[in-house]
Design a protein around this ligand. Structure first.
Ligand code: NAG
Ligand code: NAG
Ligand code: NAG
Ligand code: NAG
Ligand code: NAG
Ligand code: NAG
Ligand code: NAG
Ligand code: NAG
Ligand code: NAG
Length: 734
């Protein structure tokens, strides 16, 4: 935009510059003397009165705005510094009547004294069909010449041809300063009276007259033709003139040159100057840069005194002269220059684009505002600005920011996809973020959601994925999270390539960290329930530190992959059966789901697998029945069985069983689970393998019983209940 405005500004400035060339023209006459006569500019040494001309020979008689040369009758048409003086030339004539009696006769004489008739530019011309014309002179150069023209019929006459039929022409010698024209006829125009009764003769500028056959009878004796004279000053050559400084006429910044036509010399301003070289300070510097007729430089022009410098803008090479190499794009810097030259155009385009975009934008802003309101944005804003104590507030992002961050939600930015929606990877303010875009939203829960966004964004726990903010301008709110680099626990447990990639001690640490995160959230002021604890929601960073994601989010987003009624949300296989039956969600629902994750970590098995027998498809059920049959060692993942301490593994398995109890209030709290896991991690015994301890090693069981209050009977009833749940799901899902 700036370039555009600047362009207009500079354009205006240059326009004023053009005007300036015409306005600021130096005087050509002496001070106090008449500059012009009529339309004619009268430069010194010429002048219209005494004191204004060099001497009497340069007197221009200005009579009623008509300039005449001296006292003569010749009008002055033009005076130029290059030594030419154009005057009007009169016609000599000789006319006859039908009988051949001479009727009119005029012989013309012109004495020019100081000025020479330009031999190069003038021609002596005679017109007539019975014409004998002569010109002679004695001043300067004694000469006599002439031409004859005869014709019998107009048909013989050619327009534009002066070669003796109707018209003849001849050159005049150099240096002649006067002439005398005489005309007579051979046959007194006898027999040609009808088309040629007169003969005419005159000296004329060669380009100033084109012969036409009609001139033979139409030309008038009063006609005037231009005649070019060569004028000069002094009576000697430059060399001689310079010897007498007091009479030398060429002024500062001018040069002297000899007249080509007769004695005398002329003065001329040096290159880069213009004006009257015969006047003091007459030759003035020419601002070549402002003169559009010169147009010397292609790009940048800097005027100097008597000269100028052309240069090229940054990124161009060359001398910048129109006449020289001009400016050539520097190959090393091609990106800059097209921008410069096209800046004005681009500026205009951008302006139009912004205008158009503005109209479109106003429409789209309205839509966004509506979404923002629907998504509880105003409430969120109010809450955010009320809570001054909060150091780190959730940010409300605009849709535009997130579009930019994800390269307009480009497919290549997708890092996760499922029934819930899509997760994009993006860059916001130089930090990696994950942006969750869900498919469906439950609007009845918006207010609750907004509250949770505020709380979640304030929670700082090393094992919780930080919620940075959200965008409410879209149909479905977008959530912006801290980006966690190393994929999900699900991926590390179940992906073919990663199978058994994490050792048992690391699994135990991850379980402990996850439990810590859940316990922390459960104890938060809002008692935040995760609602969807599963291995796919436990992210791992580069150090395999667990980061639990998507707290409370399932409240807002219905999860299609469960194929369940919207009332019950969660992921099949992880869902608390109590919640499934009653629809009552408690913190213990998270505990149940966490128990399933523990089993996953122990067995490396899928939560739901059709590879297993029908009764064992649900991992929780499969695990509980294995525990009941005391064949835990058979379902443990080989690596876990090898690496884990027997006591530890049994401890974790018992903890999992407690978490999977059907009745929520019989399950331990997350705080208790966290503490128990922490203890199990510290559990130090000799490096026993499971096989060495054997299935009958019951002696350490009481330890777990003491801590968790485990009862075999509970496990059995849990298993029965689980079977019921699955049956219901199977029948309800069809
Ligand atoms: C001045 O020049 C204009 C055209 O160039 C012409 O019409 C006009 O008659 C001239 N005036 C005089 C006084 O010569
Ligand atoms: C000016 O011209 C008129 C005719 O056009 C003539 O009568 C008069 O004498 C002239 N004056 C001068 C000073 O030449
Ligand atoms: C010219 O005309 C006069 C009468 O007007 C006549 O007397 C004379 O003969 C003619 N011819 C010449 C050649 O003078
Ligand atoms: C010469 O030109 C004039 C018009 O300027 C025209 O009337 C005349 O017929 C032309 N003569 C010839 C011989 O072409
Ligand atoms: C004579 O003719 C030439 C070209 O044919 C033209 O350029 C020039 O202006 C004419 N001169 C006059 C006085 O008509
Ligand atoms: C010019 O010089 C010549 C001699 O070289 C002299 O006869 C003549 O009078 C001079 N004329 C003028 C106007 O000075
Ligand atoms: C130089 O010029 C002045 C004025 O024109 C003149 O009076 C003087 O005699 C000249 N001197 C010479 C040496 O020609
Ligand atoms: C232009 O003229 C100035 C003064 O006359 C001189 O100093 C300078 O060198 C000239 N520059 C060029 C490029 O001729
Ligand atoms: C180009 O420039 C040179 C010197 O710089 C000059 O002599 C020449 O006349 C110029 N040619 C044109 C067409 O301007």
């Amino acid at each position: 935009m700036h370039d555009f405005i600047l362009g207009i500004f500079m354009g205006g400035f240059m326009f004023m510059g053009l005007l300036g060339v015409k306005v600021a023209r130096a005087d050509h006459a002496l001070p106090g003397c008449q500059q012009t006569c009529g339309n004619l500019s009268i430069p010194y040494p010429f002048g219209t009165r005494e004191g204004c001309y060099l001497d009497e020979l340069y007197f221009i008689n200005c009579n009623n705005s008509r300039p005449y040369l001296r006292h003569g009758v010749s009008g002055v048409l033009d005076i130029s510094y290059d030594g030419q003086l154009r005057i009007t030339s009169q016609v000599a004539y000789d006319c006859y009547d039908r009988e051949g009696n001479q009727t009119l006769h005029y012989q013309h004489e012109l004495a020019l004294l100081r000025f020479s008739i330009s031999s190069k530019r003038n021609k002596f011309t005679a017109i007539g069909c019975d014409t004998n014309a002569m010109i002679q002179g004695s001043f300067g150069q004694k000469y006599m010449t002439g031409c004859m023209s005869l014709c019998e019929s107009l048909r013989d006459v050619k327009n534009g041809s002066c070669s003796g039929i109707g018209c003849c022409q001849t050159s005049i010698p150099e240096g002649v300063r006067d002439f005398f024209i005489q005309i007579d006829s051979f046959y007194s125009h006898y027999g040609i009276y009808d088309f040629s009764r007169c003969s005419y003769a005159f000296v004329v500028e060669e380009e100033g007259y084109n012969f036409s056959s009609t001139d033979l009878y139409k030309l008038r004796k009063e006609s005037q033709f231009p005649l070019v004279l060569d004028w000069a000053v002094g009576n000697s050559s430059c060399l001689e003139a310079k010897t007498n400084a007091s009479s030398y006429l060429c002024q500062k910044n001018s040069v002297c040159y000899d007249s080509e036509n007769g004695p005398g010399y002329l003065c001329k301003c040096l290159e880069g100057y213009s004006g009257n070289p015969y006047l003091e300070h007459g030759c003035e510097d020419v601002n070549e840069c402002l003169d559009p007729s010169l147009n010397v430089c292609t790009d940048i022009c800097i005027n100097g005194i008597g000269n100028y410098t052309c240069s090229c803008p940054k990124g161009y090479n060359g001398d910048g002269r129109r006449n020289g190499t001009s400016c050539i794009l520097d190959k090393r810097d091609q990106s800059v220059t097209p921008v410069l030259t096209a800046a004005g155009l681009v500026g205009m385009f951008v302006f139009l684009l912004i205008s158009y975009w503005g109209v479109r934008q106003r429409q789209s802003i309205k839509v966004k505002e509506n979404f923002f309101k629907q998504n509880g944005g105003i409430m969120l804003q109010q809450l955010l600005y009320k809570s001054e104590s909060i150091v780190e507030r959730a940010k409300i992002y605009t849709e535009e920011e997130l579009k930019k961050a994800t390269n307009n939600f480009n497919e290549s930015n997708i890092i996760g996809q499922g029934g819930y929606g899509t997760v994009y990877k993006g860059v916001l303010a130089d930090t990696l973020v994950a942006i969750k875009k869900s498919k469906v939203v439950d609007r009845s829960q918006i207010d609750q959601f907004v509250n949770e966004v505020i709380i979640l964004s304030q929670i700082k726990h090393p094992n919780v994925v930080k919620l940075l903010g959200c965008c409410l301008e879209t149909p479905v709110p977008l959530l912006v999270y801290q980006f966690v680099t190393n994929d999900t626990l699900f991926h590390h447990i179940h992906d073919e390539g990663c199978a058994s990639s994490i050792p048992w001690d690391m699994r135990l640490r991850i379980a402990t960290e996850t439990a810590a995160a859940l316990a922390h959230m459960h104890s938060a002021p809002m008692h935040i329930i995760h609602r969807d604890v599963k291995s796919a929601n436990i992210l791992l960073d580069d150090e395999y530190t667990a980061k639990v994601s998507d707290f409370g989010v399932s409240r807002l987003f219905s999860l299609e992959e469960t194929h369940l009624a919207t009332l019950v949300q969660g992921t099949f296989g992880y869902i608390d059966p109590e919640y499934f039956h009653s629809g009552l969600l408690t913190q213990k629902s998270d505990v149940y789901s966490f128990g399933v994750v523990l089993v996953e970590l122990l067995t490396g098995a899928h939560v739901v697998s059709f590879d297993r027998e029908e009764k064992d498809r649900n991992l929780g059920m499969y695990f509980l029945s294995a525990m009941e049959d005391d064949r835990l060692h058979k379902i443990l993942e080989a690596r876990v069985r090898k690496e884990g301490h027997a006591e530890q593994l049994r401890g974790v398995a018992e903890l999992a069983r407690k978490c999977l109890r059907i009745k929520g209030d019989k399950r331990p709290t997350m705080k208790e689970v966290k503490e128990e896991l922490a203890k199990l991690r510290e559990f130090e015994i000799e490096n026993h393998s499971w096989v060495e301890i054997g299935p009958n090693a019951e002696d350490r069981e009481p330890l777990l019983e003491d801590v968790m209050g485990f009862h075999q009977s509970n496990a059995v009833s849990d298993l029965d209940s689980m079977k019921n749940q699955e049956m219901q799901i199977n029948s309800g899902g069809r």
